[in-house]
Design a protein around this ligand. Structure first.
Ligand code: ADP
Ligand code: MG
Length: 504
């Protein structure tokens, strides 16, 4: 593995291989990525049984004989899971199969006592859709979605606190999953993350998945390969299993791309295999060679009828669709004059978008100012305190109250940041803080003029230099006035009055 450290994306490079050479080497290669995302569907009961799906119950209290595949039991398909899959399919403009089939995927693993997983193989319920991702410059890229199929989850192995033993918790067995398989259309770790975030946004808009990545409700397998730039043929891929954070996906891909390039350039060959990302070490490790589909002996599950989705169901689900992320982003962009990128950021979740719109409703004249504050100070504060927008310490009304005071020139943008911090920690409104701390902007010209005169009197040298043509000193005088007024003088007035006074 020594060749691996050289290309470590965290920069622990070997001294014999300067990173510039590596970068040049990488320019000759193109990265190709396809993601398989597993979204746990937010049904109350399992996909083929009535057991609850709630997270966090004591081990093995939520698995019944159907989930465990006891002989003689019969699975019954959960209609809600079907509706959710249809909903997703419609939202990505896919074809909804009127007829799809559940198959048995046979393999042995301790967390799968049945010996097979029920999944869809040849005939998935959703096929041929697409999603657009947005680059920071506003450019759009369409990512194909090959298919999305329904399947059941397996159980979970437990090691913690078991001193050398492995426990099996089967609560998760039979939990409904939608596996969303992309085309190999992604060309960088960044695109992969943007796509994964977009899917995450979409499933939460549709309320078909809670998106909780810590609890494993949303996770992905990243298929990664490289090929020489200009080549049409796909390289051999490695599949990095079960990555459950955006940051880890990005890091795992960077690592894997570097590993593959390094390997090929050293004369080796990438083998098709399943790898595991180790977040502590920041590297991927081989887990097993990749099985082929025929290793699984897929065959239609004899216990389940083919799944029929009638047009009436599709129409009913279509009518239930909410405003989708792209529609909302387009509306926000045109209604409030926002850039495509900003509108994309503000519509990352329904909660964030409605927070923003609630602010704008209260300060209708300031949609851009509102966008800047929501994406800037507010996002930073939420991030710092690890809160999501639903638990913001500042209500939309409070933030709107602050923006009003910027809009009517009571305070400057700079002072507003100070007021924001005080609002965030105290929960009080902007006016109370402005009054208490005496932060009201000075807009009285006579008062500003008096300050200017004092400063001119105190700095005769600079004044003479300025008048002798050293224009750059203007900034010095502005700084002095702002300092003397603790930043409270209205900046536009300071500029205007200074110009007049200094040259008279
Ligand atoms: P499997 O089901 O065996 O994992 P699939 O052919 O269904 O294989 O592909 C799974 C995922 O791997 C898809 O997202 C696909 O886009 C991606 N993929 C396939 N070939 C490559 C490749 N050469 N490089 C990168 N990704 C690939
Ligand atoms: Mg796969």
């Amino acid at each position: 593995m020594s060749n691996v450290a050289v290309t470590d994306p965290n920069g622990r490079g070997s001294p014999s291989e300067p990173r510039e050479n590596l970068r040049a080497a990488h320019d000759n290669w193109e990265t190709v990525i396809g993601l398989e995302i597993h979204a746990q569907l937010a049904t109350r009961s399992k996909i083929f049984s009535g057991s609850p799906t709630a997270y966090g119950a004591p081990p093995n209290t939520q698995a019944n004989l159907i989930d465990l595949g006891y002989p003689g039991v019969l699975p019954v398909l959960n209609a809600e899971a079907v509706r959710m899959a249809v909903k997703f399919g419609l939202a990505i403009g896919a074809r909804i199969a009127s007829h799809s089939v559940f198959a048995r995927k046979n393999y042995f693993y301790p967390d799968l006592p049945k010996g097979y997983q029920i999944s869809q193989y040849e005939l998935p319920i959703v096929a041929q859709g697409a999603l657009d991702i947005l680059h920071e410059d506003g450019a759009r890229k369409r990512i194909g979605i090959t298919r999305a199929h329904l399947e059941e989850d397996a159980g979970k192995s437990l090691h913690e606190g078991l001193a050398g033993w492995t426990g099996i918790d089967l609560n998760r067995a039979g939990t409904p999953l939608l596996e969303i398989v992309s085309e190999p259309d992604l060309r960088s770790a960044r695109e992969a993350v943007a796509y994964m975030k977009k899917v995450h946004t979409l499933v939460r808009y549709l309320e078909i998945c809670d998106g909780n990545m810590q609890e494993g409700s949303f996770r992905c397998d990243a298929n990664v390969s490289v090929r020489r730039r200009g080549s049409e043929k796909l390289g051999t891929r490695a599949e990095i299993k079960n990555v459950n954070s955006f940051r880890f996906v990005e890091k795992a891909i960077h690592y894997e791309v570097a590993r593959q390039i390094e390997l090929i350039e050293a004369g080796g060959r990438v083998v098709q295999e399943t790898r595991l990302y180790d977040p502590d070490k920041g590297e991927t490790r081989s887990m097993r060679t990749k099985e082929e589909a025929n290793d699984y002996r897929y065959f239609p599950d004899p216990d389940l009828l083919p799944l029929a989705v009638p047009p009436s169901l599709i129409e009913e689900v279509r009518r239930s669709l909410p405003e989708l992320p792209d529609q909302k982003a387009e509306r926000l962009a045109s209604q409030y004059g926002l850039s495509a990128y900003d509108a994309g950021v503000l519509t990352a979740s329904r909660e964030l978008a409605s927070y923003y719109e609630e602010v704008v409703r209260r300060v209708p004249g300031e949609p851009k100012l509102a966008a800047n504050w929501v994406m800037g100070e507010l996002a930073a504060a939420l991030n710092r305190d690890n809160l999501d927008i639903a638990r913001s310490r500042l209500s939309p009304a409070r933030l709107a109250g602050l923006l009003e005071r910027i809009g009517d020139a009571t305070i400057s943008g700079k002072i507003a940041k100070e007021v924001f911090e005080a609002m965030w920690t105290s929960g009080r409104d902007a006016d109370a803080i402005i009054a208490e701390k005496g932060l009201k902007q000075i807009t009285d010209s006579a008062a500003i003029e008096r300050v200017i005169e004092e400063i001119m009197a105190k700095n005769p040298g600079q004044l003479a230099d300025y008048r002798a043509g050293k224009d750059k000193l203007f900034g010095f005088f502005v700084g002095q006035v702002m300092k003397a007024t603790q930043g409270k003088a209205n900046p536009a007035q300071v500029n205007e009055l200074l110009k007049r006074k200094l040259s008279s």
